[in-house]
Design a protein around this ligand. Structure first.
Ligand code: ADP
Ligand code: MG
Ligand code: ZN
Length: 630
């Protein structure tokens, strides 16, 4: 603010002082001509310099080489050559020209020149010093730089409670216990147990980590300091560490207390390894300061550090050492039951129609996390409002879900042939999805263009899946190739429409071979870098792998895809009449849902497999459960 004001003031001052008339330099001969023609109103003169004003503006080209670029001259200046012996004064006198009406424009006095050239700089330096002075006296201004900006929740302004958190009961239970440590430390100390210093919440984005922390703040009855890790690090170097120090000091003074550091990976990632320019050192210092502070705890301060991260695998090992974040709680995406409870939490404030069964909606949203479900409820409410419903119906939910997963419908002009081609492409995907044992049931087929896609086939599992077997993955590849295979079968030619299918196919096949040990030729060897390696050693690529193995990888990927493609072709050829029937239904109705689609294709829907929810597998990059095929 100061600086901006100072600059504006400076600019205006300079403008006021330099408000002198712009004069065009003209040749002396021109001036003389005008004087003789009685077109000079007034002149001033000092030495040989003549300045003045013409009565009527004259048109004059300043640059003789560009005669077209003329200016209108009124105020002029010129130099009278010393050898000129014309009697110019006589001419002027005769024509009643005012001579020496004012002083000639002078060069700026030296003090002004100095002021305008150094003034702004001096002002800036002065301001900087005064701000720094204030800062060192702790008077605010920019002085809060080294202070932690942690927000301290007070009991009065909190609204989040454990009632707002659903579907992650195990983690919730552990946190309740942690809060209990703080409130009744003696009960634990009597038995010789040490109270944990740090609790790390990890899990995919949107699963409710931040929400949980807020709920802890709401329920704990102890001071709660919350800060996002990225806030430690700002433009100014060295700030991070001092903010950490300040934060811990505040917390200790208020103990028993909880410190919450959100998005810990912003500073907590492994030191060494990848080094980004600049911010690197700063991050390391901040991290070291946190480690130092946590080591400084004797356990009797009554301060617990709660942290959250999406990417625990990249955290520095030192953070995870016992005595620091020794409790690690994994917040997993909710299972069907959990999703149903989360939906219930978020639809507390919205009117649901009687017929809505949240359990059923939970069953069609595998893979969605708390944040997605919250969004879904909101979109459904918007849909209901658009359709003028008094309450949200199941149809609003499914429509909202479609919009979220598949994208918004788009109006584009298509010829009959194009629509038919799209219908064959999608029917190819869908029919193979229906025919293959073990594949996810087809929930919807549509040839209404949405987002980037001309059509879409949507499959989702009957119950949540946590691990995938080879035959399922192959089936998925076959289904993905079904679009292209159908085009080839019917038209003998292919289109660009299979781009995203091929991308997915390649990704799945590469991972089958390179990460999941599903190719005999390569064996159970991990060749592709996992997500953790990529972070620790960027650019490592397929570093430790021999050229031979890499070639083999490519060949195996190719083999798997080729085999699947042949199988897709064969299946479609065999079931050509069913394919045609599905296409006909699709062209007529544009969108088919599960029952109609199976009916049109004449395929019997398989009874849902008995679902035994298996424990989460650790595969970090499994094929997304909910992803439409286009
Ligand atoms: P993150 O794990 O990325 O920190 P958030 O806690 O910020 O996720 O979740 C975002 C929003 O999603 C929350 O504000 C909440 O409304 C909703 N949400 C996420 N998980 C849950 C849950 N288990 N129960 C209820 N709401 C949830
Ligand atoms: Mg968060
Ligand atoms: Zn496709």
């Amino acid at each position: 603010m100061f600086l901006a004001l100072a600059l504006v003031a400076n600019f205006m001052l300079a403008k006021a002082f330099t408000d002198e008339t712009e004069r065009t330099r003209v040749p002396y001969t021109l001036f003389r001509e005008q004087a003789q023609a009685d077109n000079v109103e007034e002149i001033s003169s000092k030495g040989e310099t003549i300045q003045g004003k013409f009565r009527d503006p004259i048109v004059y080209a300043e640059d003789a080489n560009q005669p077209t670029e003329t200016t209108e001259v009124v105020d002029f200046k010129t130099e009278r050559p010393s050898f000129a012996d014309d009697n110019i004064f006589a001419v002027l006198d005769r024509n009643d020209v005012r001579v020496n009406a004012r002083p000639t424009d002078e060069a700026r006095p030296i003090w002004q020149t100095l002021l305008f050239s150094f003034g702004p700089t001096l002002l800036f330096i002065f301001l900087l010093f005064s701000i720094m002075g204030r800062a060192s006296r702790g008077l605010g201004g920019l002085g809060g730089i080294g202070k932690s900006k942690a927000v301290r929740y007070e009991a009065s302004n909190i609204r989040t409670t454990f009632a707002d958190v659903a579907g992650i009961d195990d983690v919730e239970g552990e946190l309740v216990e942690v809060v209990d440590f703080l409130k009744n430390p003696d009960r634990y100390r009597r038995l010789g147990a040490t109270i944990p210093k740090g609790v790390l919440l990890s899990g995919p984005p949107g699963t409710g980590k931040t929400l949980l922390a807020r709920a802890v703040a709401g329920e704990a009855d102890v001071p709660f300091f919350s800060m996002s890790a990225s806030e430690f690090i700002e433009m100014i170097v060295g700030v991070g560490a001092s903010r950490v120090r300040d934060l811990f000091q505040q917390a200790k003074a208020a103990a028993p207390a909880i410190i919450f550091i959100d998005e810990l990976d912003a500073i907590g990632r492994s030191r060494g390894g990848s080094s980004s320019l600049g911010g690197h050192d700063e991050r390391e210092q901040t991290l070291n300061q946190i480690l130092t502070e946590m080591d400084g705890f004797t356990g009797s301060e009554g301060v617990i550090v709660l942290a959250a991260t999406n990417r625990p695998e990249i955290l520095d090992a030192a953070l995870l050492r016992p005595g620091r974040f020794d409790r690690r709680l994994v917040v997993s995406p909710p299972d069907q039951n959990g999703r149903s409870k989360i939906l219930a939490v978020h639809s507390r404030g919205v009117p649901l129609a009687e017929e809505v069964d949240l359990n059923q909606i939970a069953s069609i949203t595998p893979g969605m996390v708390g944040a997605d479900l919250k969004n879904l409820v909101n979109e459904a409410a918007l849909m209901a409002a658009r359709h003028n419903h008094d309450a949200i119906l199941t149809a609003d939910f499914t429509e909202a879900l479609e919009k979220i997963i598949l994208g918004t419908e788009r109006q584009i002009m298509q010829t009959r042939e194009e629509r038919e081609r799209t219908a064959y492409h999608e029917s190819g995907h869908a029919l193979l999805g229906m025919l293959q044992p073990g594949a996810d049931p087809v929930r919807k087929i549509s040839i209404v263009p949405r987002g980037m896609a001309l059509g879409v086939t949507f499959q989702s599992p009957e119950s949540d899946r946590y691990a995938y077997d080879t035959s399922y993955l192959k089936g998925r590849i076959i289904g993905l190739l079904g679009g292209r295979a159908a085009e080839k079968l019917v038209y003998g030619d292919v289109t660009t429409g299979a781009e995203s299918d091929l991308e997915q196919v390649t990704r799945i096949a590469r991972q089958m071979v390179g990460r999941w040990g599903m190719s005999e030729a390569i064996g159970p060897v991990s060749i592709l870098p996992g997500p953790r390696d990529e972070v620790l050693f960027p650019g490592i690529g397929e570093g430790g792998v021999s050229a031979h193995t890499r070639e083999l990888l490519d060949r195996e990927v190719r083999r798997i895809i080729d085999e699947c493609y042949l199988e897709a072709m064969a299946m479609l050829e065999e079931h050509r009449d069913q394919l045609d029937a599905l296409v006909a239904a699709l062209l007529e109705r544009e969108t088919l849902d599960e029952i109609d689609a199976y009916h049109a294709a004449g395929v019997e829907r398989r009874p849902p497999a008995v679902s035994l929810e298996s424990p989460p597998a650790v595969s970090l990059e499994k094929p997304a459960a909910v992803s439409p095929i286009i």
